[in-house]
Design a binder for this molecule. Structure first.
Ligand SMILES: Nc1ncnc2c1ncn2[C@@H]1O[C@H](COP(=O)(O)OP(=O)(O)OP(=O)(O)O)[C@@H](O)[C@H]1O
Ligand SMILES: O=P(O)(O)OC[C@H]1O[C@H](OP(=O)(O)OP(=O)(O)O)[C@H](O)[C@@H]1O
Length: 231
């Protein structure tokens, strides 16, 4: 029996994950061309590499279809309600750092804090007859954060990409999205609220609490974690 390790199938996250495992003697690679989503593992027997969308890895972990998975903490917390019951964080990998933030138009010179946003939101509703729109793909995290911070008079609108563009295209008044360099926010004339940090994320190795392990698989997992110095 083998255990399944899910890794992002493309981009920086995939390459840096390969580097992280490689530095610990577990060599991960794509099996064929850049377009093929099959993987190979050298340096340990019984581990199968599964290349997946970063956004699907939380669901695969919680369904128990993969035993281990690398993805951002933001995606696990967003996609899995009660995530701590479903997965265990084994190691923060030290890359893929990004902040989930609330940002508003830079031209809103009087709006710097969540309190300011709350005041604007109430005035906006009175003036326009509908609630101020915040575009995001992080519905759970943003809703929970704004509830805890006492901001209520808003609505979330779904944006699965190019979220910073929604303000210019007038489908939202504010955004909640991941930022790392800040370039995308600046280029779209947006600014982060001073207390608008929802979550700091980085690439993390997770273990499924839902995957069933036979004795052989348990032994493979223990050997892998020992090789990664995580036992
Ligand atoms: N600019 C960035 N800098 C660093 N990390 C980022 C950046 N943008 C996104 N990330 C992180 O990368 C991870 C994957 O992001 P995202 O969901 O956008 O995946 P993707 O690249 O669109 O892949 P897929 O569509 O296959 O899921 C997330 O954990 C996110 O926090
Ligand atoms: O602060 P920065 O360094 O500019 O990075 C932030 C951007 O990176 C991510 O987008 P990505 O490139 O993954 O595309 P997406 O908008 O389609 O998610 C994120 O959604 C921001 O748009």
């Amino acid at each position: 029996m083998s255990i399944k390790l899910g890794v992002p199938s493309k981009g920086r996250l995939m390459e840096k994950t390969f580097d992280w495992f490689g530095a610990r003697g577990v060599r991960l690679s794509r099996a064929g061309s850049d377009r093929e989503y099959a993987g190979a593992v050298d340096g340990i027997d019984g581990v199968e590499l599964v290349l997946l969308s970063a956004g699907e890895i939380p669901r695969e972990l919680s369904a128990g279809r993969i035993h281990l998975g690398v993805t951002g903490t933001d995606l696990v917390r967003e996609k899995l309600g009660g995530w701590e019951q479903k997965v265990e964080e084994l190691a923060q990998l030290g890359f893929g750092h990004a902040d989930l933030v609330i940002a508003v138009p830079a031209a809103w010179v009087d709006v710097d804090t969540l309190d300011d946003l709350d005041a604007v939101a109430s005035a906006f509703r009175a003036q326009h007859g509908f609630r101020l729109r915040i575009a995001t793909k992080y519905h759970r995290l943003v809703r929970d954060f704004l509830r805890d911070q006492g901001v209520a008079d808003y609505q979330l609108v779904d944006s699965q990409g190019a979220t910073e563009g929604t303000v210019k295209f007038e489908t939202a008044e504010a955004v909640a999205d991941i930022t790392s360099s800040g370039d995308t926010l600046r280029a779209n004339h947006l600014k982060v609220l001073s207390d608008g940090l929802v979550l700091q994320s980085q690439a993390t190795l997770f273990r499924s609490r839902c995957a069933v392990l036979c004795d052989d698989s348990r032994a493979v997992l223990a050997k892998l974690l020992e090789q990664l110095s995580l036992d």
